[in-house]
Design a protein around this ligand. Structure first.
Ligand code: SAH
Length: 554
């Protein structure tokens, strides 16, 4: 006579459902306790052949070594019989009616981005077989008219009564428990911002079989619509799908191409945030509304333009950010290496990789510096040649308890737009004298204006300025070069593969020298852009000295 040991964790009288066989000796023990996974497995391995347990009490996800032998009707909720897979019992000894035989199956299927032609063959076939179809915001629900099954809208369209996820889960479950073949149709792909996983597990927890059928996620349709390679050799090697509707709190992923779902209403907010996190204002952006549909619309911007755009696309839209989102395919392959400090100064189309070759270190306050700062009135004019000179001078003013008022009777000159931009930060509007930061341009301009006999202070780095002071002296001025900061080579500079670049941008002679301390080659195809003629001269000199290929094909 064989013996079956059953431990029951339920008060329901399910045992009556077990048809006792003649030769079986039933040992039944009832324990009223909640089971943890380890307890359950220990029990099954040592003390019991079967455990009867309320469905809700069974751990989920279920242990892999657990065999669900049957699901029985209980008084309040189904009761599950489990056994250990390791024991390899012959379950035929237990005759019971497994409710699962009567359950239907749920297919959680992706509808794709909206155009029915992008539906998979499998989903279409299932739609024909479905007893009941639960769908949400399909862009054109009339497509479903051709299918015989019952149709239920459970979407979350704005302004309409929105079905809560728990309600949807339960609707799916109830339909399956009634034995229906259910298709749960979801926009795009069920597992991309689709909560398809939650539905799957809810059903699975209730022993209802379900299957996920992938769909084309809307990002792919938007990318196709705008001919935007989400990845592209040498330009983008990673893509991230992210949420855009909570621009303040969501973490921005690190990837070359970003696709924002549900971000239409907050486009501007995160366009600003991306810039704060270092994405250049010139990064291309494409917004696509109703991708794949007849009403499809595409807008292109740069991140900077998006922030000030008058009208942006409304939902449902996707926004793609990255260098491959440009319409200018010639610019797309242009990857520039920018060696200066302020990447925003570089307005050229194309991808910009920041590889700063210069860092600024303030000088400690000294008697000499303090003397000069306190008596700026001795000068007629201050000439700011770089943004750093502005910043450092103001830092020093603050340190001795002064501010912008100390400059009130001085004439100010700014070289370059970036310098003027920095002056504005400190409340001073000074139009740039020489647009391309060139010394020659400035000397010429001073000459034309007849600036002579002035005492001019030039805040600068310890390495000073090369030709400017000489030129201004020749015009009859007294020049005081005022070293207030050092330019240093940044530590741990990354070395990129220059073969992949279209060109290199140098903002000053120092960036050139430091660049050639880091790189010991310079491919022939590289274009060079520089802050001024003198910077260019330094590039050419070093390239020539070292015999690099650069320039041979120019
Ligand atoms: N599971 C879906 C996404 C659901 S989230 C998928 O894989 O595509 C809903 C968001 O998807 C919308 O806010 C919108 O950002 C995007 N979306 C869905 N269909 C779209 C379409 N045809 N065109 C543009 N965006 C779409």
């Amino acid at each position: 006579m064989s013996s079956i040991r059953i431990v029951s964790f339920v008060s329901d009288k399910v045992n009556s459902l077990l048809v006792k066989e003649e030769n079986v000796n039933w040992e039944n023990q009832v324990i009223q306790e909640l089971l943890k996974e380890e307890q359950l497995m220990t029990l099954l391995n040592k003390e019991a052949d079967y455990v009867l347990i309320n469905q809700d009490q069974l751990v989920y996800p279920r242990p892999e070594t657990l065999d669900v032998v049957g699901v029985l009707a209980g008084t309040n909720q189904p009761v599950v019989i489990v056994a250990s897979l390791e024991k390899k019992l012959d379950h035929s000894i237990l005759e019971f009616s497994d409710k699962r035989n009567a359950y239907g199956k749920v297919y959680i299927a992706g509808f794709g981005p909206g155009n029915p032609e992008l539906l998979t063959l499998k989903t279409e076939k299932l739609l024909h077989q479905a007893d009941i179809i639960f769908y949400d915001d399909l862009l054109d629900a009339s497509f479903l008219d051709q299918f015989a099954g019952e149709k239920h809208y459970v979407g979350k369209r704005k302004g309409q009564h929105s079905a809560k996820q728990e309600v949807i889960n339960d609707l799916l479950l109830q339909a399956a428990l009634q034995g229906k073949m259910v298709v749960r149709l979801k926009g795009g792909d069920p597992l991309v911002f689709g909560r398809g996983g939650e539905e799957f597990h809810y059903l699975s927890r209730h022993f209802v079989e379900s299957e996920i059928i992938p769909g084309i996620t809307s990002a792919l349709a938007a990318a196709s619509a705008g001919v935007i390679p989400l990845t592209s050799r040498g330009i983008s090697t990673s893509v991230a799908f992210t949420l855009g509707h909570d621009a303040i709190h969501n973490k921005l992923p690190k990837a070359d191409t970003l696709v924002f779902y549900m971000g239409a209403s907050q486009q501007k907010v995160w366009a600003e945030r991306l810039q704060e996190e270092g994405w250049p204002a010139s990064t291309p952006v494409a917004a696509v509304r109703y991708a794949s549909m007849p009403s499809q619309e595409i807008r292109r911007y740069t991140l900077g333009e998006l922030v000030t755009a008058e009208k942006t696309l409304a939902a449902p839209s996707l926004v793609i950010v990255g260098y491959t989102a440009t319409r200018d395919i010639n610019a797309m392959g242009r990857k520039w290496l920018y060696t200066g400090t302020d990447i925003e100064d570089f307005k050229e189309q194309g991808q910009v990789v920041h590889n700063p070759m210069i860092a600024i270190k303030s000088l400690e306050m000294s008697n000499r510096i303090e003397e000069t700062i306190k008596y700026l009135n001795r000068y007629d004019r201050i000439l700011f040649s770089t943004p750093f000179a502005v910043r450092e001078l103001f830092e020093l003013l603050y340190q001795v308890g002064l501010d912008a008022r100390a400059l009130y009777r001085l004439k100010l000159t700014s070289i370059g737009e970036a310098t003027s931009k920095m002056l504005k930060v400190y409340g001073l509007i000074v139009e740039p004298e020489a647009k391309n930061s060139s010394a020659d341009g400035l000397i010429k301009s001073f000459k034309e204006q007849g600036i002579t006999n002035e005492s001019i202070l030039v805040p600068c780095s310890t390495s000073g300025l090369q030709r400017l002071p000489q030129g201004l002296k020749e015009l009859g001025n007294k020049i005081d070069m005022f070293s207030i900061y050092e330019t240093i080579q940044p530590e741990n500079v990354s070395r990129h593969n220059l073969d992949e670049f279209y060109g290199v941008v140098f903002s000053s002679p120092t960036t050139v020298r430091n660049f050639f301390n880091v790189y010991d080659y310079f491919p022939a195809h590289l274009k060079v852009k520089s802050g001024g003629k003198y910077t260019m001269d330094v590039v050419e000199r070093i390239v020539k000295e070292r015999g690099y290929e650069y320039g041979k094909n120019l």
